[in-house]
Unconditional design. Structure first.
Length: 212
């Protein structure tokens, strides 16, 4: 597992929809999970709270990351003082928002939207404001809500282009009903929660061409 090849102290908390893989059993705290993504994440956090972790990294099971990924991602996140961050997606990957695709000649970008997956990292400075996650099955619209909170509270959101990942093993919405996801999003955002619109979600606030 590439994420374990880090110079940082990393603790893994895994969940399984079915039974745990034998090679990962010691790190799997819950199996036979039947909720939605964020319901399942909350179940994992109940059994293994993040506590004093500097970063909480949420990873789907269908991503490919490059060598040395985690150390570079978090180094750059800290260098640019991001509090909610994701790696850019390679251009062959599925991406709900084009702003999340890798940009050439860029190390990192200040943005107003970080996707709910396939991989994101939350800094401890804002973790108490985001956890536990809302009890959503699909989670569509949650990234727009995070953008609204960030705008209100001055949080720094970023995309790291220097650590692009692949997310192309499973089609988006292949395991759930797309219309149900849209309906859930409308109910969630329509309940008076702050959120950004599509134009703001696609906006890049600043480009960083070097890590220095």
């Amino acid at each position: 597992m590439e994420l374990s090849n880090s110079r940082r102290q990393v603790e893994f908390t895994l969940g399984a929809i079915d039974g745990a893989d034998e090679s990962l059993a010691s790190k799997t705290v819950a199996s036979d999970l039947r909720g939605g993504k964020f319901e399942n994440l909350n179940s994992l956090l109940e059994q293994a709270p993040a506590r004093d972790a500097d970063w909480l990294v949420v990873v789907d099971d269908d991503v490919q990351v490059p060598d040395g990924f985690l150390d570079r991602l978090l180094f750059l996140a800290e260098r640019f003082r991001f509090q909610l961050v994701q790696p850019a997606l390679r251009h062959t990957s599925h991406a709900a928002w084009r702003v999340c695709r890798r940009e050439r000649w860029s190390v990192a970008r200040d943005v107003q939207l970080v996707e709910i997956g396939p991989l994101l990292a939350v800094h401890r400075s804002i973790a108490d404001h985001l956890l536990p996650f809302p009890a959503l099955r699909m989670g569509w619209g949650l990234d727009l809500h995070w953008g609204g909170l960030a705008k209100q509270r001055g949080w720094r959101l970023g995309i790291i282009d220097a650590t692009p990942i692949r997310h192309e093993l499973r089609a988006v919405a292949a395991t759930y009903d797309r219309q149900a996801a849209l309906d859930e999003m409308r109910r969630f955002l329509g309940d008076g929660r702050p959120h950004i619109d599509r134009a703001a979600a696609l906006q890049v606030l600043a480009h960083h061409r070097s890590w220095r």
